[in-house]
Design a protein around this ligand. Sequence first.
Ligand code: HAM
Length: 427
Amino acid sequence: MKYRAVKGTRDLLPPESERFAAAEGIAREVFSSYGYGEVRTPVLEATELFARSVGETTDIVHKEMYTFPDRKGRSLTMRPENTAGVVRALIEKGLQDMPRPIRLWYCGEQFRYEQPQKGRYREFRQIGAELLGIPGPEADAELLLMLFDFLRRLGFADLSVTLNCVPSRDGRQRFAEAVRAHVSPQADRLGTDDRRRLEENPLRLFDSKDAQTRGILEGAPTSPEFLDDSARAHYERLKQLLSIMKIPFTENPSLVRGLDYYTVTVFEVVSRGLGAQDAVLGGGRYDNLIGDLGGPDMPAIGFAIGEDRLLDVAPADPRPLREVFFVVPFSKEQLAYALEVARRIRRHDPAAVVDTDLSGRGFKKGFARAAQVLEDSSGPYPFRVSEVRVISLGPEEEARGTLKIKALSTRVEESVNLSSFERGPGR
Ligand code: HAM
């Protein structure tokens, strides 16, 4: 093979691509029902945007971005996440004049130069949502409620959200210094990466996957010790709201998340199906980001789900169950009639999927293929196949204008007039 997909990227073909589309369709349905509209932003952004938002010293910006100069020498980056782009787009459109709250969702490709492994890719997809303009914990609660509605629709029954509250500004500074003071005496036990973290941004030590570093961090100060009264009250009220709404959560005072823009609420959902360190999704408040990027002072909260990971661990195929028509001509002689029959069925029911055997290989092979589709749902369809109705067309059927329709799973056969597929929606 001469050409292969670039390392860390992958092709999605049916039915896998249809599973992704189905999950995105469910996201659209659930998020729309909360008043969200879809936003699409460019894959390419100015590199500076991510340095300012995600943070210069984070792993993402420091070593995972696809960054290159364009032909005019401007530094561009293929987005490693979508929050910065959404905020940039809103500021550019005049965020200060928009009615609040602003509720937006998105799905799309993100790029991070990581070591590929199961559930970790260099090109991966996220489904995310951002809620801007509401400072109170009710916004956090609504967002998490929506997230759990979505996860439940996908069949997840036993997920719980890991929650923490992180200080902003002064508190964050004191927290970082306290972590540095705790770790510094053992600095010579740290690897090069973690030594850099200790120097530049000690809170990023919490992102370390090094067992030695994690050991040193045990007993380190945790973020709740540095919260001010308002963050503390916000967090307490949020936990009350989640209990009222029966959203299962656990607290993890060491959770800080790997991006610098978070303030107050942070959360992740980890699934047992993934490796110990890997989250299906993450999110939190970013009350200072919009102002920091040159917009008005406006609080916001959001999350992003790793769609590839989500589908890896989803308990069920998200595609709905539906039936498909298989039109099988007896020979090449009936191909034109087959096309006409298929058209009539589609006109009669615009939602029907009608798959025509264009090869004209005859009944035996046509039925065999239909049986295979019913058995392993191997078709390219946006649904799982509940039933295949095979319409066999021989010279006799063509002459009489009738159709022989056989339901493969029930083996019930009927003969109907083509004219019964009248034009018009519905049966
Ligand atoms: P994040 O935690 O960096 O947050 O990414 C969110 C999710 O994307 C992760 O939990 C994971 O499921 C998925 N993900 C990350 N890297 C990879 C990878 N290399 N391969 C496969 N999946 C991956 C954000 O991106 C924030 N923008 C979330 C957010 C939105 N916060 C506020 N609003």
